[in-house]
Design a protein around this ligand. Structure first.
Ligand code: ATP
Length: 345
């Protein structure tokens, strides 16, 4: 099912939670809605679900306008943050429940529920109550229940936020596996960029109700179209250097100039930590701090107000207090206007 958001907005009395969102989610893809707290992720998902009616714009499923349809009429499955399992029912009864509500015959409902339980690998737990399950198992039950009526769209609202780090990783791989097995168009809300970049075909990155970039994960990282995207994606964060374009020439802090057509203006020059490297010339700063993070060594140089982070090569060693020179290749430099818009060279 292709999902089209046509210029949708959602205004609550004096807040614009979502502002003129235009995006097409391709059939069979897993798309994450990513962004900081309060940016409008859940509101967007609730509009897709039919829980909120947009104050403006239209939502189309396979070209058909569903903007005014109730959640029941949309053919969607939904999993919420807290799973919302029925505590007095067994796993099997929980999964069968949506079928029971739609008056599916009991034998048929049971067979379908068991098939779903197998898909999410909890068919050995059918007689347990939710309180006797781990967080990850409860999550699987919630997914099986959302899928049991064979919806064409699956909506997930921060489904992993109650799980510990290790389980989150397992469950996100599971969600991807299940999604691919069913080829079901899936929209996944998260504020965790690693999660979003890890499992999505496309990511819809929002800020303050606006769409910032809809793209494949690698492009969000390598080709951010706005300074917000460059800063939000990547950990440790991207580095910034002040620069100025004068008569079509940008002097970089690395000792070389870049020429291109652009009006005179101050700019931000951005370079990711893995794209800065030690050299004999270029920008020089004092080493403040050195950190081993697993296989990587991160050096923090500069001052507290103007920190620069770079990864060192295995054989490189620097000492705190030492002054080092760093360089970046022109291909790894991204340039932004003061307004945040990218300047393409
Ligand atoms: P989080 O990651 O914290 O869950 P979010 O990105 O999902 O945030 P939303 O819940 O969509 O953000 O909220 C977007 C904005 O709309 C926020 O400013 C929020 O306060 C506001 N908002 C959300 N729901 C309502 C509501 N029912 N009434 C009024 N304002 C609301």
């Amino acid at each position: 099912m292709t999902i089209t958001l046509q210029n949708i907005s959602m205004k609550f009395s004096n807040t614009t939670a979502v502002n003129q969102l235009n995006v097409t989610i391709p059939k069979g893809e897993l798309v994450s809605i990513l962004g900081p707290s309060g940016c409008g992720k859940s509101t967007t998902l609730y509009m897709l679900a039919g829980l909120y009616e947009p104050t403006d714009g239209a939502i189309l499923f396979n070209g058909k306008d569903v903007t005014k349809l109730t959640p029941e009429k949309r053919g969607i499955g939904m999993v919420f943050q807290n799973y919302a399992l029925y505590p007095h029912m067994t796993v099997l009864q929980n999964i069968m429940f949506p079928l029971k509500m739609h008056k599916v015959k009991k034998t048929e409902a049971k067979a379908k529920a068991i098939e779903m339980a197998k898909l999410v690998e909890i068919d050995h737990l059918l007689d347990r109550k939710p309180s006797m399950l781990s967080g990850g198992q409860q999550q699987r039950v919630a997914i099986a229940r959302a899928l049991v009526r064979e919806p064409e769209i699956l909506l997930l609202d921060e489904p992993l936020s109650n799980l510990d780090a290790r389980l989150r990783l397992t469950m996100r791989e599971e969600i991807r596996r299940i999604q691919q097995a069913l080829k079901i168009t899936t929209v996944f809300v998260t504020h965790d960029q690693e999660e979003a970049l890890g499992i999505s075909d496309h990511v819809l990155l929002m800020n303050q109700g606006e769409l910032m970039q809809f793209d494949v994960p690698q492009n969000l990282y390598d080709e951010p179209n706005h300074q917000f995207v460059a800063s939000f994606i990547g950990s440790p964060p991207i580095n910034y250097f002040e620069g100025e374009i004068v008569s079509g020439v940008l002097k970089t802090p690395f000792g070389y100039d870049i020429s291109f057509e652009a009006p005179d203006q101050p700019v931000q020059i951005a370079v990711r930590p893995e794209n800065l490297y030690l050299s004999k010339s270029g920008l020089h700063r004092e080493v403040q701090h050195v950190e081993r993070i697993g296989k990587d060594t991160l050096a923090v140089i500069g001052t507290d107000e103007d920190k620069i982070r770079l990864f060192l090569q295995k054989e490189e060693h620097v000492e705190v207090g030492q002054v080092i020179h760093v360089q970046a290749n022109q291909a790894d430099i991204r340039i932004f206007q003061k307004s945040g818009e990218r300047i393409y060279v």
